[in-house]
Design a protein around this ligand. Structure first.
Ligand code: BGC
Length: 319
């Protein structure tokens, strides 16, 4: 990935590391700033960019710059993992990354037991790829994978437009595809994939995503009318109490919100180009906490005969 061009956004300079007296050579590299408690690494693999930052999961704020490289073409798992290593390397140069730092990665496909199940907007070789395992090996850390729209929704639910909203919240991300994140009283219902509902004979994301709107040369008014009709169908199925719009299209909401219609209120996402990163980091930290909190169950001490009959009995194991 040496050639990958890193685009650094939100240039909040990292705090300067203290320089030891003996270290004052003109060419001395600044040392990364020390690790922060409550931090997690968030990585967002998208159809156009691979982005990452260190995140304060107690506030949703970034603790490092947001680093981005273009998604490699073709976006095979190997090439994308190289890109991930590159952006994580840029963060590591800025901030100490503790060995037990939770690492979350958002991926544009449903994730079951750490594996990517479909790949509509990324190379087909991702289908069936054990993403958590491969990225974990490459980064030499425990990695937790989550669908990208579920991650974006989690950021909004914990710290953004969906914070403390009771009932059913539906997050829709409108970018290359349409992603969905469904939450009931703050709990995620994972992998809802509403972008693949049929709409006028095709997957709705092929007609109404941000990219599809441009391809179809739809003006905002026409797009908003058709999108409102699609929202009406979603409302019949899920009866959300709040709809949050994210992705590129949500940045332009002023241009079309007068034509949007829905029963539930619609709000733009608070996190724009950082929602996937922040949500992936929150997910990893919540999963890591749940894994470490799982009680150790001591099974009854077994005799040699018991063990021969049922190997594993009598040993401590995670519940
Ligand atoms: C994928 C979803 C993803 C969405 C947005 C869809 O094509 O199937 O998993 O969330 O694109 O990236």
């Amino acid at each position: 990935m040496a050639k990958a061009k890193a685009k650094q956004e939100r240039p909040t300079p990292p705090k300067k590391a203290a320089t030891k007296a003996g270290d004052r050579r003109a060419d001395a590299q600044p040392r990364p700033a020390p690790a922060v408690p409550g931090a997690a690494l968030g990585i967002d693999i998208g159809g156009t960019g691979v982005k990452a930052a260190l995140v304060d999961v107690t506030t949703g704020e970034l603790l490092s710059r947001r680093h981005r490289v273009n998604t490699p073409k073709p976006s095979s798992p190997d090439a994308v993992i190289e890109a991930v290593l590159h952006v994580v390397g840029l963060i590591a140069a800025e901030r100490d990354l503790a060995p037990d730092l939770p690492v979350g990665v958002g991926i544009p496909g449903p994730i079951k037991a750490g594996k990517v199940m479909t790949a509509a907007n990324i190379d087909k070789r991702w289908i069936g790829t054990p993403a958590e395992e491969l990225l974990g090996k490459a980064l030499k850390r425990r990695v937790h994978a989550i669908n990208d729209a579920d991650a974006a929704g989690l950021a909004e639910i914990r710290f953004g437009a969906g914070r403390e909203v009771a009932g059913t919240v539906l997050m829709l991300t409108l970018g290359t595809g349409i992603g969905s994140g469904l939450f009931v009283d703050g709990q995620l219902v994972p992998n809802t994939e509403m972008g693949h509902l049929e709409w006028k004979g095709r997957d709705v994301e092929l007609r109404l995503s941000g990219v599809a709107r441009e391809k179809r040369h739809l003006r905002w008014r026409a797009w908003a009318n058709e999108f409102s009709a699609f929202l009406a169908r979603l409302e019949i199925l899920f009866w959300p109490d709040l709809i949050i719009l994210g992705g590129g299209v949500s940045k332009e909401m002023k241009k079309y919100d007068k034509w949007l219609k829905s029963r539930a209120p619609i709000k733009p996402a608070r996190f724009l180009n950082t929602s996937g990163i922040v949500g992936a980091a929150i997910y990893a930290s919540e999963r890591a906490r749940a894994e470490s909190a799982r009680p150790v169950v001591l099974l009854p001490v077994a005799t040699r005969a018991d063990r021969a009959a049922a190997p594993g009995v009598g040993r401590a194991r995670k519940a």
